[in-house]
Design a protein around this ligand. Structure first.
Ligand code: FE2
Ligand code: FE2
Length: 223
């Protein structure tokens, strides 16, 4: 679903239409993340309009990411020590991210308030099939896509926000989310042969692209 024209980045630094990550062209960066659409200007406008809500939501996202990895240990970890080790590392990293975002909120006098969640996670989770091993495969691939979208958005935030500390913070996070994306895709091959994983990832990432293009009225990390 690569669009015929590049997305509009006129409010972002010029290099977004060229290279973004590891000096690869922007679309190659997005393809490495198995994403089929890029974030448009609508989301950047939401960031400009209500950055505190995005930051609070980011804290909730890191907390949820730790919870997802933990719940996968409970669901599929028995008899799979290597998988448990990988997931445990993700739990620890996500909790560390959560703590860092809490610090960031405290420094800015932003309360870590309850926030109505955006529709993104719910819509993606509705795509998870019933029955094993399809359910395991889908849960891992949905987690991989959430990591990928986070990674893409952290990269955008890094280069968009004028607050230097915030830009550096997002710069420090996006590589670990890219790694989490790859780890989840790799883990999915425990439950299905690689061609099946690739085909399902393509289907789910097409759905993810549709969800992103519809967007969400609420300013959220994945709106
Ligand atoms: Fe994270
Ligand atoms: Fe992550």
């Amino acid at each position: 679903m690569r669009p015929k024209s590049q997305p509009s980045w006129k409010r972002l630094p010029a290099r977004h239409s060229g290279t973004l990550y590891l000096d690869v062209p922007y679309w190659d960066f997005v393809a490495l993340l198995n994403l089929q659409t890029t974030t448009g200007e609508r989301w950047v406008e939401q960031v400009d309009r209500d950055l505190p809500s995005i930051l609070i939501d980011h804290a909730h996202c890191e907390k949820k990411a730790a919870g997802v990895a933990m719940s996968l240990i409970f669901a599929y970890g028995s008899g799979r020590p290597a998988m448990c080790r990988e997931l445990s590392e993700i739990v620890v990293e996500e909790l560390e991210h959560f703590r860092l975002v809490l610090d960031l909120l405290a420094e800015r006098d932003i309360a870590f308030a309850a926030l109505k969640p955006g529709a993104y996670g719910r819509k993606l989770n509705e795509l998870v099939r019933h029955g094993e091993p399809q359910r395991a495969l889908d849960r891992l691939l949905v987690a991989s896509l959430i990591e990928a979208r986070s990674c893409e958005r952290f990269a955008l935030l890094r280069d968009h926000v004028t607050d230097r500390q915030l830009a550096d913070f997002y710069g420090s996070l996006f590589e670990s989310e890219a790694r989490h994306h790859s780890t989840y895709v790799q883990m999915a091959t425990i439950f299905a042969p690689e061609p099946v994983v690739r085909a399902r990832l393509l289907e789910l990432s097409a759905e993810e692209a549709r969800i992103i293009e519809v967007g969400d009225e609420l300013p959220r990390m994945h709106s």
